[in-house]
Write a protein that binds this ligand. Structure first.
Ligand code: ARG
Ligand code: ZN
Length: 869
């Protein structure tokens, strides 16, 4: 039977070039085996690819191989040169008569001219690859889609002096020398994988080796590869890798499956890291650490990213994605897994607070703006634009909600079933949810709306007390706001953990409950409530929604002191601060008493972990305050926040000094306890400076000079950078000179200044963009200045539009080099609808200027046109 209908190679793009999820078709041809030979050279690398291809079902389609930027130098079918191939768009189309053939192509590429950092490129004198999502087609012709799984054998040939180390996926097979000063190495990956997981590295690298014995007794040789000068900065990453391997066995029953696991750190990288099978490639900022150059925050992030990429070996590699609309299948789940790992290394409460703060800083605004999209999107122009906080972090929240609904045993049964059933395949989000349903014995029908509906749900919660009847009544109502292309929403399933506390005694009135709100509105009645109750809701942030409650300042202060759920306690304080700041920014009503008292109580509570206290006493960010308002007045928000910071600083001056004096004893150690004390100290220093105390700059400068670690040094520098003191200039100079040549630390120098709250930050940032160390060619550097500035709400939104113009200029320049990184920095301009007419007009003007730029990338075009739309 000849049935062509479900076997078309590529979905036909819609007229605007958008790819649609509903157009998915299985591949017309599969590629069981792939053999690649690389003759490596920065100027001209020759790639010879031999693909065994097999017709997938009965159809008459030719073979279509994706390419980008190269042309075929030779095409052979079963060893015979052919010339009946054609190029359509960027695809190489080869008519084939049989059901199985060997296809050989040759191309030449120029890694040193690759500024997009996708495909094969040069970084710091070495050669490396990045293929996810569609970089492999820039290396050779291939069906570059995640559902074509192939076994790869790779031969690398390169100059031995220049590239003594040659790495690829899988296990090493053999290596040897060639007469002309060149050498070769062969690697074999026994696990079929999609092309986006391909990787190679050729370079002059040193290795920190370790080993790990898996639960079934397999010995794995671990290696972290960096330039020789950095080798002493790899111990933390290697340790984190071992912890991750043990954790995944213990918590998910997942064992590593190759004889080697290599990680390579490179300086030029578009994002954090990449989970290529057996050969992870990392942005060096997520590998390199020592106390003198990395902060506690960096140490945490390194462990989290090492774990994340390692966990992908199962959630991503053994089971991959059928198509890119399913990206959250691997990313949301893997973020959830790395969050669990990090929570187990220290304070789970603090980790949850940090994760929720991150979600609110990046994902909530995305969901509320023109770039909003569902966790499983329906269409895209450029898939690189969908590596977003929604896919990653909201995606992780969806997994967390399913884990909450199923309970720990049900969830583990669900993941076991998923790993078992889909191992070796390219799966969908639906497959994952179906496993949860089956193993957990629950119906997740309505829950699936979380995958298809964008927007952050809002829940109105109102508790009333009928003292006479000994009853409390909780009224809940949900509303999902419209988002682009989705004006009307259906009610969702919201797993809300809640508990009531007695407003007089502080005692819990009954146990914690899990309520599944699946109706537009619902009423819950609590009996036997004689004491005035206070509502603790969305405990642990059990569902990623915005709670609109009518709790008074008094009730929030009460919860901030008595709630037994640490997240809810933090949240009550945040809400109290937010209510205070919004009232001040909008109505000019500055009543600081409730916040000052609540912060004083938290500081005085000796039972609390200092790391928790540090988070709890921090004020919400300027942009988060802005997100609460229909129209953002950045100056008013800044002033309101500075006023409250000043009041807290002055009125609790003794408490801040006391907290500041609790330094961890002895030299730097990276332990949860020492980390918590350092964090609280730097928060305290910020408040001391905000109080206007005469000695604040001196205190900060002394900390800066005497610190034996980057956490304290950068903490002090951050405080100084926002002030006007002479110490500010001195510290910035000392810092710069001390770390000249260390790119990752010089990034901190740029970033700290771009985040400064000084009045002249905009002008300073423009000067820094002309600094000899500034370059758009390195993504970390571009982000450290341009990205950080976009996050500085007040400086970026200067009323004269200078911030908008600066960002647009930088993005237009960066787009020519590296579209992917440029498009990621656009979102601050996409917020234009949230500002007054003057600002929004200026922002629109810059968006229009960008979109009118000749030769604009698809990446940037999609983001700008959606932002304007
Ligand atoms: N899969 C990588 C990770 O672990 C990120 C790849 C990002 N790719 C991209 N085109 N933005 O999260
Ligand atoms: Zn990932």
């Amino acid at each position: 039977m000849l049935d062509v209908s479900h076997a078309i190679a590529q979905p036909a793009p819609a007229s605007d070039g958008a790819i649609s999820r509903h157009d998915y078709r299985p591949p017309a041809w599969t590629v069981p085996e792939t053999r690649l030979v690389f003759d490596l050279d920065p100027a001209t690398t020759r790639v010879t690819a031999t693909l065994s291809v097999a017709r997938n079902g009965e159809h008459a389609e030719p073979l279509r191989l994706d390419g980008a930027g190269q042309e075929p130098l030779a095409v052979r079918v079963d060893g015979v040169a052919v010339n009946d191939w054609r190029i359509e768009g960027e695809q190489l189309v080869i008519p084939l008569s049989g059901d199985a053939h060997a296809i050989e192509t040759e191309v030449e590429i120029a890694p040193e001219r690759n500024t997009q950092l996708m495909g094969l490129y040069a970084s710091g004198g070495n050669l490396c690859t990045q293929c996810e999502a569609e970089g492999f087609r820039r290396i050779t012709y291939f069906p570059d889609r995640p559902d074509v799984l192939s076994r790869y054998a790779v031969r690398l040939v390169a100059d031995k002096a220049r590239y003594p180390v040659l790495l690829a996926n899988g296990d090493p097979v053999d290596a040897g020398d060639l007469p002309d000063g060149r050498h070769w190495a062969e690697w074999n990956d026994p696990f079929p994988k999609p092309s986006y997981l391909f990787a190679l590295v050729a370079g002059d690298l040193a290795v920190n080796r370790g080993s790990f014995t898996t639960q079934s007794g397999r010995d794995v040789q671990l290696g972290i590869w960096v330039r020789a000068a950095d080798i002493d900065k790899t111990h933390h990453a290697l340790h984190a890798l071992k912890l991750s391997m043990a954790w995944d066995e213990r918590v998910y029953g997942r064992e590593y499956d190759l004889d080697v696991f290599n990680i390579v750190a490179v300086d030029d990288f578009n994002f954090g890291a990449m989970e290529n099978k057996g050969l992870n490639i990392f942005n060096s900022r997520y590998i390199l650490a020592d106390p003198d150059t990395a902060t506690d925050y960096d140490y945490d992030a390194i462990a989290a990213v090492v774990a994340h990429e390692y966990f992908h070996n199962w959630s991503g590699n053994r089971i991959t994605c059928r198509d890119w609309f399913q990206l959250s299948l691997k990313e949301g789940f893997t973020v959830y897994r790395d969050q669990g790992f990090s929570a187990d290394q220290g304070s789970a409460a603090v980790k949850r607070i940090e994760d929720v703060r991150g979600l609110r800083a990046a994902q909530f605004p995305e969901d509320a703006g023109p770039l909003a999209h569902p966790v499983r999107p329906d269409s895209y122009l450029e898939i690189s634009n969908f590596y977003t906080a929604t896919i990653y972090n909201k995606g992780a929240e969806l997994i967390r909600m399913m884990a909450t609904i199923l309970g720990p045993q049900g969830f583990r049964a669900g993941t076991d079933l998923y790993f078992d059933r889909f191992d070796g395949t390219a799966a969908t989000c639906e497959d994952f949810v179906a496993c949860m349903e089956e193993a957990g014995g629950v119906n997740l029908g309505q829950f699936r709306l979380w995958y298809s509906q964008a927007g952050t749900p809002r829940v109105a919660a109102s508790l009333s007390h009928q003292a006479g009847e000994g009853r409390a009544t909780l009224r809940l109502a949900q509303h999902v706001p419209g988002t682009p292309g989705q004006p009307d929403k259906q009610p969702m399933v919201l797993p809300l953990k809640l508990r009531l506390f007695g407003g007089e005694t502080g005692r819990p009135l009954g146990p914690e409950q899990l309520v599944l709100l699946d109706q537009p509105a619902s009423t819950i009645v609590f009996d036997g409530i004689t004491e005035r109750p206070v509502l603790s809701i969305n405990r642990g942030f059990s569902t990623p929604v915005i709670i609109e409650s009518d709790r008074s300042a008094r009730e929030l202060a009460f919860l901030s002191a008595h709630d037994d759920d640490p997240f809810a306690r933090y949240e009550a304080m945040q809400q109290l601060m937010l209510d205070t700041l919004v009232a001040a920014a909008v109505e000019g009503r500055a009543d600081h008493d409730a916040v000052v008292t609540a912060v004083a109580n938290t500081l005085a509570d000796a039972d609390l972990d200092p790391a928790f206290v540090a988070e709890a006493v921090l004020l919400p960010s300027e942009s988060f305050i802005g997100d609460q308002l229909a129209s953002v007045d950045p100056e008013a928000i800044f002033r309101a926040r500075e006023d409250l910071r000043g009041a807290l600083g002055r009125r609790l001056s003794d408490q801040w000094r006391h907290a500041y004096d609790q330094a961890p004893a002895g030299p730097y150690v990276y332990t949860p306890a020492a980390k918590g004390l350092r964090r609280l100290r730097s928060v305290a220093l910020g408040y001391i400076a905000a109080s206007g105390a005469d000695d604040a700059a001196r205190l900060a400068f002394r900390q800066f000079e005497t610190a034996d670690n980057m956490t304290d040094r950068q903490g002090a520098l951050t405080t100084l950078a926002s002030g006007q003191s002479d110490e500010r200039e001195a510290a910035l100079d000392i810092f710069y000179n001390r770390y000249a040549g260390n790119g990752l630390v010089i990034d901190k120098w740029f970033q700290t200044q771009a985040l400064s709250s000084r009045d002249d930050t905009g002008r300073l940032v423009e000067e820094l963009a002309r600094h000899p160390d500034f370059t758009l060619a390195n993504p970390n550097r571009a982000r450290s200045l341009v990205g950080a500035f976009g996050a500085n709400q007040r400086a970026f939104n200067a009323a004269d539009g200078s911030g908008y113009r600066f960002l647009a200029d930088q993005l237009i320049a960066l787009d020519r080099l590296n579209p992917q990184t440029a498009a990621k920095l656009l979102p601050p301009l996409a917020r234009w609808r949230r500002f007054d007419a003057g600002r929004s007009g200026l922002m629109r003007g810059e968006l229009e200027r960008i979109v009118a730029t000749p030769g604009l990338s698809k990446d940037m075009f999609e983001q700008v046109s959606k932002s304007l739309g």
